[in-house]
Design a protein around this ligand. Structure first.
Ligand code: PMP
Length: 400
């Protein structure tokens, strides 16, 4: 018998496990609305044209495969901070931003979590309830204590704004508050700009450290600027913050693992020291980040014609999701005009948080072959417009 025989089976990942179950279903009606990856209307994975063009440029210039520095590709780090804060932002000019290229959003969050564990010991991280499930794994594995703040109000299918403020006020001073930059996952519910103002007030009063998770910049609304409004607003107010970025969605670089962890700080000396400690963390975790996707991103951002084309492609992807969201809404209303479905079109980003309970989700899957996460989240990216009517009738049936 193995000396590791005592090791128990880990539970399947609640999000990635959905795709496994989907693959085993042979029905023609099956729909995989579990995983958050963009699909064309024919349900094909989509490689952006700008990515293909950047890769062509890279092959032609015969780039080598030498190690990157621990902090990543300089051109990428410069570009990513600019995309986040806006070109020519004073924090960048004053060198108050520490940026380390890391392994997409997840790896960047993990480096940030390890930094918190090392340099802000005893601080509690506050996560929205609900949040992207992996947040909990990331902070748990980094040995950082986390709690939740109220975020979603079932009754209104909207933001639990008062509850959120109360919980952030009640948190000990100097806590870390994880905020979704835009297109909150899984709810699709974002604070309004006015509400962000009140959140920033509390964060400031309590000396909390915001930790923005920016996984959908440009992908939610189609505009890089609009989707970065919240972290830019905090930067404008000179609130020090951490920001994890991902290029999985907006550049479609899921498997290339392109992202960064940024610290927007009060002065350049602190930023320099913080960067050095993040390098120390990354060195032990994975030594240095992969180069391919970082080159793609820096070429796309650095060439005006490619940058313009990227913005168009983001607009196209965001547009398809908005269209299919509207189609689903129309079909739901047609199917059951007595229920208020307006939450579907109020939510933004890739997901719709339906409010279906776990047994109702079970009905969606067992009876209707619709695969989705147990929390009632569906990815609209996996919905072709000609299946919206089927999905609507499955949802209406499951709510019965
Ligand atoms: N944060 C949130 C809220 C996400 O939805 C995702 C993608 N599912 C990520 C971070 C990170 O994804 P990745 O590691 O692929 O960049």
């Amino acid at each position: 018998e193995s000396r590791l025989a005592f090791v128990e089976q880990a539970p399947p990942d609640p999000i990635l496990g959905v795709s496994e179950a989907f693959k085993r279903d042979t029905s023609d009606d099956r729909l995989n609305l579990g995983v958050g990856a963009y699909r064309t209307n024919d349900l094909k994975p989509y490689v952006l044209n700008v990515v293909k063009k950047a890769e062509k440029i890279m092959i032609e210039s015969e780039e080598n495969k030498e190690y990157l520095p621990i902090e990543g590709l300089a051109a990428f780090n410069k570009a990513t901070a600019q995309l986040l804060l806006g070109e020519g932002h004073p924090a960048i000019k004053e060198e108050r931003v520490a940026t380390l290229q890391s392994l997409s959003g997840t790896g960047s969050l993990r480096v940030g979590a390890d930094f918190i564990g090392k340099f802000l010991p005893g601080r509690t991280v506050y996560l929205s309830n609900p949040t992207w499930g992996n947040h909990k794994n990331i902070f748990t594995d980094a040995g950082v204590e986390w709690k939740e703040y109220r975020y979603f109000d079932k009754a209104t299918v909207g933001l639990a704004f008062e509850g959120m403020l109360e919980d952030l006020k009640a948190a000990p001073e100097g806590s870390i508050v994880v905020l979704h930059g835009c297109a909150h996952n899984p709810t699709g519910v974002d604070p309004t700009r006015e509400q962000w103002g009140a959140i920033a007030d509390v964060v400031e009063q309590k000396g909390h450290m915001p930790f923005f998770d920016v996984a959908y910049q440009g992908f939610a609304s189609g505009s890089l600027d609009d989707d970065a409004w919240a972290p830019r607003f905090f930067a404008e107010r000179s609130i020090e913050m951490m920001v994890a970025q991902s290029y999985s969605k907006n550049l479609g670089l899921y498997a290339e693992r392109v992202g960064a962890i940024n610290y927007v700080l009060a002065d350049a000396a602190a930023a320099k020291r913080v960067l050095s400690q993040n390098k120390r963390i990354a060195r032990a975790l994975y030594s240095n980040p992969p180069v391919h996707g970082a080159r793609i991103a820096s070429i796309v951002v650095g060439r005006p014609e490619l940058f313009a084309e990227w913005n168009e492609e983001m607009g196209m992807m965001a547009g398809r999701i908005k269209d299919v969201r509207q189609t689903l809404y129309d079909e739901l209303v047609k199917n059951n005009p007595d229920k208020d479905w307006s939450f579907v079109t109020r939510q933004i980003g890739m997901f719709s948080f339906t409010g279906l309970s776990p047994p109702q989700v079970e009905n969606m899957t067992q009876k209707h072959h619709v695969y989705m996460t147990k929390d009632g989240r569906i990815s609209l990216a996996g919905l072709p417009s000609n299946k919206a009517a089927n999905l609507a009738s499955a949802i209406v049936d499951s709510f019965k």
